[in-house]
Design a protein around this ligand. Structure first.
Ligand SMILES: Cc1cc2nc3c(=O)[nH]c(=O)nc-3n(C[C@H](O)[C@H](O)[C@H](O)COP(=O)(O)OP(=O)(O)OC[C@H]3O[C@@H](n4cnc5c(N)ncnc54)[C@H](O)[C@@H]3O)c2cc1C
Length: 470
């Protein structure tokens, strides 16, 4: 979808661009259409072309850009790798795209303090690999870790497959350097593992989706790398058995590193994809990693296996080699691309319900889609209650409208079950119309007051997070 925007202002055309070139140098300011088009989209496939692309190299470049943008009232949309699934990095109202991928240095790794400080453009997997050299572990692990940035992860409070045991990005952010909308620079948090001095501004900014300020330095908390990981896949003929098995694992006081679920439709999509073989009778799948010391694993693995068998698993396969482990996880990694073999369009929702309500949620989704006018594939982080509801539709007339009405009804049911409309992808513009389902007017108005305080001119990522009525 290409967004129509207000026309370019004369200020952006003339004064703004020349001031930016003077402040940053012409190599950091791109205005050619070929460059601007490259920054017009994100993982949602929406499109809006920015007027200017800025590629800052330092915090001062970001501060100078915001000072000028603020003076001229130019919208600023920051961008990491553009992998977001809620439209956050799409410059809906044009203006400036701030490409932070060039600020990609790991500034320090302190094994003695269990911390690392990075620039926002560092790719998450690169950080994970570098700290692993010190025997340390940075757990937030979105499936996009190999290409998304730490800055983008902080802005979305990205989750991932290790969330059940280790938490999400928010749980690992100790301190931030932030450039505010007027170009001033603040520092929140401390590099210590605890600090209770004053309000927790760091937490306010994590998950703020580029609407409050721009992170230019990020200090993360690290933990020791677990000694060993074991992987198993459990195959079921009934969806409810897989859900019961996941419950039983946790009831046995085992907290797996990952506890992932795939339903019948997700399995149908990956079956045969990239040479993946799965028996026809398999209608639900659990993929489980457990980690710890050799001793822990010796204790936990048989309990997990037995929980799956007790709940009628057709087969439980424990990976014996790294190759087998990769083969098991390649099934999970293939879902997103494989779904496009079912239909050409996908609305990828990331709702989250209390774990005890997962069965009910999936039943409700079946009811919503009773006439099967559309394909719905459900998979995800069953241990956290974070289910990816993928609503697939074709180009045929009416299909998009059906898909959107399914999304609306799924959101209503999720909120009814005490859940949330986004467990990890953020709101962006894709989910802002559902905010009022979940967030009370009083809470929304408090959020809006924070927004107005930090960004009085409304230049920071306009069109995101808040419903258009606010
Ligand atoms: C195949 C695939 C798998 C995915 N798996 C997961 C998953 O398992 N879990 C999950 O949570 N997400 C997942 N995502 C979504 C996405 O990768 C995450 O939201 C990620 O955090 C976005 O990072 P990015 O660098 O691409 O940010 P972008 O998409 O570029 O930006 C995302 C938001 O962050 C803001 N932003 C970026 N940098 C900064 C900064 N320095 N300061 C302030 N704001 C900033 C942008 O304005 C935007 O609002 C997946 C996406 C894909 C395509």
């Amino acid at each position: 979808m290409l967004f129509k925007r207000k026309k370019r202002t004369a200020d952006i055309d003339r004064k703004g661009v020349s001031e930016l070139v003077r402040a940053l140098g012409k190599d950091r300011v791109l205005t050619e259409i070929e460059d601007r088009l490259c920054y017009s989209y994100d993982g949602t496939k929406q499109k809006a072309v920015p007027d200017i692309v800025i590629r800052p190299g330092t915090t001062s470049d970001v501060a100078a850009t915001l000072k000028i943008a603020n003076r001229h009232g130019i919208p600023v949309c920051s961008r990491g790798a553009g992998t977001g699934l809620s439209g956050g990095a799409v410059p809906l109202q044009g203006g400036i795209i701030l490409d932070l991928k060039g600020m990609n240095r790991i500034l320090s790794i302190c094994p003695e303090d269990f911390t690392a400080t990075v620039e926002p453009g560092v790719v998450t997997k690169y950080l994970q690999d570098e700290v692993a050299k010190y025997g340390l572990f940075y757990p937030p692990d979105p499936s996009s870790a190999a290409f998304s940035t730490v800055g983008g992860n902080v802005a979305e409070c990205a989750g991932g497959i290790t969330g059940l045991k280790y938490g999400v990005t928010r749980d690992y952010i100790l301190a931030l350097e932030i450039v505010l909308s007027d170009g001033s620079v603040i520092h929140t948090g401390r590099k210590t593992r605890r600090s209770v001095t004053g309000y927790d501004l760091t937490r306010l900014f994590v998950g703020s989706e580029g609407t409050l300020g721009i992170f230019t330095k990020i200090t993360v908390k690290l933990i020791p790398e677990p000694e060993k990981i074991e992987t198993l896949a459990a195959f079921f003929s009934e969806r409810d058995d897989a859900i019961d098995a996941a419950d039983l694992v946790i009831e046995n006081s085992i907290l797996p590193r990952t506890l992932e679920f795939m339903d019948h439709m997700s399995i149908s999509a990956v079956r045969g994809y990239g040479g993946i073989t799965l028996d026809e009778g398999v209608k639900a799948l659990l993929l489980i990693d457990i980690d710890g010391t050799g001793e822990n694993i010796k204790h936990d693995l048989p309990i997990v296996e037995s929980a799956c068998r007790k709940k009628n698993a057709l087969k439980v396969k424990v990976a014996e080699t790294g190759k087998e482990r990769n083969a098991i996880w390649s099934v999970r990694r293939s879902i997103s691309p494989a779904l496009y073999t079912i239909a050409s369009h996908k609305l990828n929702e990331d709702v989250c319900v209390p774990r005890s309500k997962i069965k009910e949620l999936l039943q409700k989704i079946d009811t919503i889609n009773e006439k099967q006018e559309i394909f719905v594939a459900n998979f995800g982080h069953i241990g956290d209650g974070n289910i990816h509801v993928n609503i697939m539709y074709s180009d045929e007339p009416g299909q998009e409208e059906i898909a959107e009405s399914v999304v609306q009804r799924v959101m209503e049911e999720v909120v009814e079950l005490g859940g949330t409309i986004s467990g990890e992808h953020g709101i962006g513009n894709r989910k802002s119309q559902f905010m009022e389902l979940e967030i009370s007017p009083q809470e929304l108005s408090i959020m809006k007051k924070f927004k107005d305080f930090f960004d009085p001119k409304g230049i920071m990522n306009p069109g995101k997070l808040f419903p258009s009525s606010l």
